[in-house]
Design a protein. Structure first.
Length: 139
């Protein structure tokens, strides 16, 4: 029998487009789940998405997962926040690095948050994740 790792991530996204005038704007609810089977120690894409809202904000979330020799997995990547004159702006206003270990045979909650540091504004984005790392057995 060969042991592989089954990594499942469930994630939700929240954000805010701060407005000096009128009401702040928020993206619609977003939830997703993805499972990756790791057969070796090569990094694989775990979860990537973009979310746009308010006519001015875009968040990009990108993560990789890598099996470690002891059966733990490393999840790493980043959450970027763009804010400008459109949702397609290239004006990067904040970035937070994601880098944590999910021990073997466990489930771990994790949260990553980024705010608009460039303009010291109250625009922000947050991803809440639950990551599980269990054996995947092949007969």
């Amino acid at each position: 029998m060969a042991y592989e790792r089954r990594v499942t991530v469930t994630a939700s996204f929240e954000g805010q487009d701060y407005e000096n005038f009128g009401s702040n704007e928020y993206p619609p609810p977003f939830n997703t789940t993805r499972t990756v089977i790791l057969t070796d120690d090569m990094p694989q894409g775990l979860l990537s998405f973009q979310n746009r809202w308010g006519g001015e904000c875009r968040a990009e979330f990108n993560t990789l997962v890598q099996r470690l020799t002891n059966g733990d997995v490393r999840i790493y990547g980043d959450l970027k926040l763009f804010e400008g004159t459109s949702e397609d702006t290239n004006d990067l206003d904040g970035i937070t690095v994601v880098d944590f270990i999910c021990p073997k045979s466990s489930t771990l909650p994790w949260e990553v948050y980024v705010r608009n540091n460039d303009e010291n504004d109250d625009d922000w984005a947050k991803v809440k994740m639950t990551v599980s790392n269990y054996p995947h057995v092949i007969d």
